[in-house]
Design a protein around this ligand. Structure first.
Ligand code: COA
Length: 218
């Protein structure tokens, strides 16, 4: 993820021991009794990476519990994001005085079945993707970009954003994407200067699709 984010962002990618490392009590409490082992491991690696990223910024490694809506609760001076997908986990953090928001997502490079594709992609996006080079599952790149968009949007606006509320344009030459947020969502946002577009980067490497974006301070 380091290659996809600006230098103000500290990034940590999990190593195998991170999946079973100790948690802070406040983080442990966010894991329900019934969480399956794979979920425990993912959650744990995310928290270990979060504290490593904060340490890189020169900040104390503070607990990152989960809010009732399952979003991570970063210390007030930090903006950040966590992602995990089978065997891969990363966290990113920046000082809130440097950036407004950070988002990132990782997915396994795979084909999305038609039903899922309809839920994720707008007809205009399907049309654009049909003209992109072959050899890449563009719908999964689009899906990942939209999850990154949500992780950037939600901590700032605190409102839901549906997959059809962002029109994403992928540029394979530059490895960048631009998401235009539906005007109705922007108008309904109850924060000053809500984001209207979110720009980010993507890479497809090995069997992973990775996307990331930041929002600059208004
Ligand atoms: C929240 C969501 C984006 C997470 O993506 P995912 O691919 O399922 O899972 P990832 O492993 O990449 O990310 C999970 C992490 O996202 C973070 N997360 C959860 N909710 C979040 C939110 N509202 N805002 C920011 N980050 C959030 C958490 O840290 C979580 O890990 P944790 O539970 O271990 O703390 C996804 O589950 C979701 O709800 N999507 C629907 C909304 C959406 O994407 N709309 C598209 C708008 S264009």
């Amino acid at each position: 993820m380091r290659d996809l984010l600006p230098p103000q962002v500290a990034v940590a990618v999990a190593e195998p021991p991170d999946f079973t490392a100790p948690l802070f009590p406040a983080e442990q409490a966010a894991l329900t009794e019934s969480a399956v082992t794979s979920r425990r491991h993912d959650f744990t690696a995310g928290r270990v990476c979060a504290r490593r990223a904060m340490t890189t910024l020169g900040l104390p490694p503070t607990p990152v519990p989960s809010a009732p809506d399952r979003s991570p609760v970063w210390p007030t001076e930090v903006v950040g994001a966590i992602t995990h997908t089978r065997g891969y986990c990363a966290a990113a953090a920046a000082r809130a005085t440097d950036l407004r928001s950070v988002g990132m997502d990782a997915e396994h490079h795979r084909t999305l079945e038609a039903g899922v594709r309809r839920l994720i992609c707008l007809p205009e996006e399907e049309d654009r993707m049909s003209r992109l080079p072959t050899g890449v599952s563009w719908p999964v790149v689009l899906f990942s970009a939209k999850e990154t968009v949500y992780k950037v949007w939600h901590p700032v606006v605190r409102q839901w954003l549906d997959f059809h509320d962002a029109l994403v344009d992928l540029d394979p030459d530059s490895g960048t994407f631009t998401a235009r947020i539906a005007p109705a969502r922007v108008d309904a946002a109850e924060v000053p200067a809500p984001p209207t577009t979110i720009s980010g980067r993507f890479v497809v490497e090995g069997d992973l699709v990775r996307t990331a974006a930041v929002l600059h301070l208004p």
